[in-house]
Each structure stands twice: as structure tokens, then as C-alpha cells.
Write a protein that binds this ligand. Sequence first.
Ligand code: SF4
Length: 464
Amino acid sequence: MGQEATSRPLFGVAAGRLESALPDDKPLYTDAEARAEADRCLYCVDAPCVKACPTSIDIPTFIKKIASGNVRGSARTIFDQNMLGYSCARVCPVEVLCAGACVYQEWHGPAIAIGRLQRYATETATRVGQPALFHPKTAKVQRSVALIGSGPASLACAASLALEGHRAVILEKRAVVGGLNSTGIAPYKLHVEDALHEAAWVAALGVEIRVGAGVGPAGIRGATLLSEYDAVFIGVGLGADSRLNIPGEDGAGVVGATAWIEAMKLAASGEPRSLGRVVIVGGGNTAIDMARECARLGAAEVTMVYRRELGDMSGYEHEREAAQLEGVRLIPRSVPVAFRRDPDGKLTGLSLARTDGGHPVAGTEQDIPCDLVGLAIGQAKVREIADELPGVTLDARGCVLVDAATYQTGNPKVYAGGDCVNGGKEVVNAVAAGRDAAHAMLRLWDTGTPNRGPRTSAAEASHG
Ligand code: SF4
């Protein structure tokens, strides 16, 4: 192989990082709390919570096992469908998925805390020192798969392959494994250590993870992967934050939201970080995450600017309301037209124009003072990987085109799933795609039949 892993530790990050200042919003249940909450579940037949789960976890069964004290059995039920059930328990927007569909909602009672119960089962059963929950099979003919990127899609795919006795090798260009789970999740939902714990658990199934192992002209070549492995899975997520391309954008004080969140999660707390007045541009969940994190880290002011009406924001309503409760100010129907800087180049403000139908109206510009602007207006797609792998094609948005049933790209040896295919959805959607791609590989190797469906770049649409 052209480039091997670095010697940096796979599952370590510096202690006392900045994100440590943001504690867990939903801490681990005690045994008594978990049993009391599990006892509230009605164990519905044809349960709506299961239908709302993109990975179709058998929720009533895992909750019933908690109620009866069978915590390891409960975790097994969860992992049967979702090998990343631990991080999904922490980061899933349960309010709009399983808990949002819980029958208690119809009675205006509190929905079952499915996410917290799932966390209780998976965290308890996978603690360091616990006996292994799974014993991977020995495959009759062992195949090998290279997985590009170490985010949720690749981890889920690799775990499913490893359980069946196949060789899964994850190639991560960064020094830290876990992809979005390590670098992009709000700390009050999931800390980096938690994501690394889960990645280590997957590795313990026999998955090989190499860090500092980028794929491309400067690293491992696609041709090498295609010749050395039976299949390749692309799980690279999304690329760099998009820019506004307006005057004054270049220079200190203007950051991409995902880049800022990654730095905040990985940076040592000793790093000087006076946030001052922060403006975040965008109305999605990344914008809300950055706003809430800045507010909790003590920023003097946090303002979100969005070009349309508040009701048009793509961020979840419950997250937006939480941000407002934490002091975040929202300015709808406004769009930045220029950054203001002093003669030394220091950012001093952002000029906003009012919008009509999302478009700026001339003559309505007003400046708001600020010290930091976060851009959460989308992320570029990762196009370079397609250039490395012949037959892999992209749609007009830059998303990888895959077969809806098999997750195969135009190159039948190459599969893809997660954000690089769907353009950016939930962690649980990426997990479902990784799992289903692995199952498609296993089916092909077992039967010789790929079971193809229509070609799409939104294969995860059926996963909620
Ligand atoms: Fe339990 Fe609610 Fe699911 Fe019914 S819908 S099984 S009460 S979690």
C-alpha cells in the first residue's frame, strides 16, 4: 500500500479541551432511573417508534429487556440493527424520530425517553472491562474491504463486515477517528472521548483503522485500493464550509461553522479564546449548534442571521427554541453583503441587507458590530475521491451516485453511503447506509446477485 498509518495514537485526544467546559445535557441514567422509565413503555404492537427509526431498532423489545434487568440483552437488540447505537442514542434528534412518534405524544404526556434508555443499555454493556457482546464469525472465504473515511457510515459498514468474518480496513486522513461524531457533534450531546470509545469498540471486533491515511495523489491511490481489496466503500462525508464571496471575507474573524466546531472540540482549553460578539450566518442545525455552543462558552452576544422567515429555517424547531432560551438572538429576512474591518484588518462588523423572497433589497443595508462570524451556509462536496476511482460519478450537487438497493456506484467494486451520497443528513441515516451497503456486499458474495435498484444520489431517502 502506498501510504501506511502514522504512529499517532488512534483513540486519544488531549485532556481538558475546550469542549469539556460544556457538560452533558442528558447524563447517563442510574439503574433505578432506567428501570422506572422503561416501566412506562406500553410495548406497543406495530410500534410507531420503530417505524420512525431509520435503522428500525426493535425499541419495545430493548426497553422491555431493560425493565427486566437484562441490560446486555437490551444492547444486543439495539446492535442487531444499529452497531453505532451508542452514538445514535446521544445524537439522534429523537424529538422528530422515535420519541416524536411515541404514542404518549397523542396523549400529551412525556414521550418515552428512548434515546436515554438506548444510551443506558449500550453504554452499560460496552464499558471497558465488560465481556464482549459479539464474537465475529469465521468467513468461509474471507473478503477484504477498504473504507475511505472513519465516520459513522464507514464504522457501521466495517462493523457489519467484521461480524461476518471479513477484513475491513478503515482509512482516515485525519489524526482522529470518528468523522463527524468526533469533530462535529455539539459537546453537550457527545464529547470526542465518547465517539472514540465507540470507534475503539468497533475496532475490537477486528476492524483495522489507520489514521493519517488519506486517499488521493498525495496518499494512497485509488488504483491501489481497487487492486488490493475486493471492494471499496466511500464514507467521506462532506468537505469544507462554503463561503459567501462578499467584500472583506478574507482575514481573521471569519470562520466556517464546521471548522470552528471541530477546532472547539479538539482544541486544548489553554488556547486563548475570547469570543466577544458572534454572528452566525445560516438557519440549519450546524448554525444552531455553533450559536448554542458560543452562548454556553460565554460569548458576549450571539446572533443568528437568516435570509428567509424563521419558519423556513431547516434547523429543528426544538433546537432553535433552545437556542433562544440560551440567549441567542435571531435576525430573519436578512443577508450579509459585506464584512467591516478597521484599518488594521480587524473584523468590526457585518453589513446586512433586508431580503425580499430571500434576495437582498438595495438601500436597506445596516451594520451590526461583531468580533467573529461563523458561516453555516453549506459544505462543499468531496469530489477528489471520485477522480481516484474510475466509474464513480457525481450528480449536479456533487453527491456520489449510487444504486438505491446496493449502494454500488458506477464502478461495481465501489460502494458509497452517508453524507457524501445524501448531501448531509443525520448520523443515523449514515449508519443505516453503511450497514445496508455491507449487507449488499455480503449478499453479492454469497449469491453472486447484486440485486440492483434505480441509480440515485439520495439512497437514504427511504431511511427517513
Ligand atoms: Fe414504548 Fe412509545 Fe414505542 Fe409504544 S411508541 S413501544 S410506548 S416507546
